[in-house]
Design a protein around this ligand. Structure first.
Ligand SMILES: [Zn+2]
Length: 371
């Protein structure tokens, strides 16, 4: 079986978590190495610390996909006597590529914040901090009637045709398509050099730009023609809000005390820090993976009863307390819950196209021990 390239894996990954979703200050994408190489073993991790790289060397990993960028603060030298320099040296020496998906994976639908919200069963959610709007594109594709169902279903499944809570919204009209296959073609219908006329449907639908490449791939895969005729029109209609953090509601109100237990179990942490009245019921939940203390006011303004984020400091927690906003800090490290989602996504989208093994790092990069 042939091997897939790192480029191919990343292309698939970026259909879900495109780099343009990241903040400008972030440093996402390729960190060290090359994407132009075949890959057999991929490792997903939260951090690229030296012991993670040692694990990667031992497990013959070719590509590391990390949430936290390895290179974030500008390096003026790569000094092998520093921890960062040692890591870079080991990576280059063992030909291990490192790729990071940071704030883009926070913003992406189904990324870090959605995985956390799913675990805590937070429903009807929207971004806590809006970073932009998803642009909308009109897709028009010409499909022979025999394959109408197939193409419609496939693009709908990939994310086309969502209007409010309706999915698979399309419109079609019948018409006649013509084409003349030229030399070197292997047409699905017709013969080289002869003008063909085919009954076709013109299918129109709406696609968020963040899903466009996935939808186009689904369209091409399900369409019978060698060359698919389609048009893309930019729209002025406003798309969905994109952003970091999430705010939503629990199905039932729950005592803060009981919710804390749910957070501990869900994020697999034996202890956490909480501020607020433990006996009070909460229902609206805001959360932000990583360090989110600067958004306590956003969380309060969103109507949240409780805000879950990492790295809360003393004074900010006091400010939240005075605003009547309960805070749960389960640690920054709970972002690791996204690793299994990344693994699952890559398995669904890349395995089968080549020999590929995707693992999650077993190194614990949580620096704290609570004693
Ligand atoms: Zn983080």
């Amino acid at each position: 079986m042939t091997k897939v390239t790192a480029q191919h894996i990343i292309k698939q990954f970026e259909r879900w978590s495109p780099k343009n979703l990241a903040y400008d200050w972030d440093n996402v994408g390729l960190q060290v190495g090359t994407l132009n190489k075949p890959v057999e073993n991929v490792m997903v991790t939260l951090d690229v610390l030296e012991n993670v790289v040692d694990e990667a060397i031992e497990k013959q990993v070719d590509l590391i996909i990390a949430h936290h960028p390895l290179l974030f603060v500008k390096l003026n030298q790569i000094n092998f006597d520093t921890p960062k320099g040692r890591v870079v040296r080991k990576l280059i020496k063992h030909d291990i590529t490192v790729y990071a998906a940071h704030t883009n994976l926070d913003v992406a639908e189904g990324g870090v914040n959605d995985v956390m919200a799913d675990i805590l069963e937070v429903k009807n959610r929207k971004p806590l901090i809006e970073t932009g709007k998803d642009e909308l594109v009109k897709l028009t594709v010409f499909v022979p009637e025999t394959h109408l169902e197939q193409v419609r279903e496939s693009i709908g499944h990939a994310g086309a045709g969502y209007i409010g809570n309706y999915s698979h919204c399309t419109f079609q009209v019948s018409g006649e398509g013509t084409f003349k296959p030229q030399e070197g073609t292997t047409p699905y219908i017709g013969k080289q050099g002869e003008l063909e006329q085919v009954d076709e449907k013109r299918v129109e639908t709406i696609v968020p730009k963040s899903k466009l490449s996935a939808v186009l791939k689904a369209m091409e895969d399900s369409h019978p023609y060698e060359e698919v005729a389609y048009d893309l029109y930019p729209l002025l209609n406003e798309g969905q809000s994109l952003g970091v953090g999430r705010v939503g509601r629990l199905e039932q109100p729950i005592r803060l005390r009981d919710f804390v237990e749910k957070v501990k179990v869900g994020f697999d942490v034996p202890n956490l820090r909480v501020s607020g009245d433990l006996e009070k019921n909460i229902q609206t939940v805001a959360l932000l993976g990583g360090s989110g203390e600067k958004y306590i006011h956003k969380a309060k303004a969103s109507g949240a009863d409780v805000y879950i984020t990492g790295d809360m400091t003393f004074h900010m927690t006091q400010d939240a307390m005075e605003m009547g906003l309960a805070v749960i800090d389960p640690g920054h490290h709970v972002e690791k819950v996204v690793c299994s989602k990344v693994k699952q996504y890559l398995e669904e989208h890349c395995i089968g196209e080549g020999k590929l093994n995707i693992i999650i790092s077993e190194v614990n990069t949580e620096p704290f021990t609570i004693m």
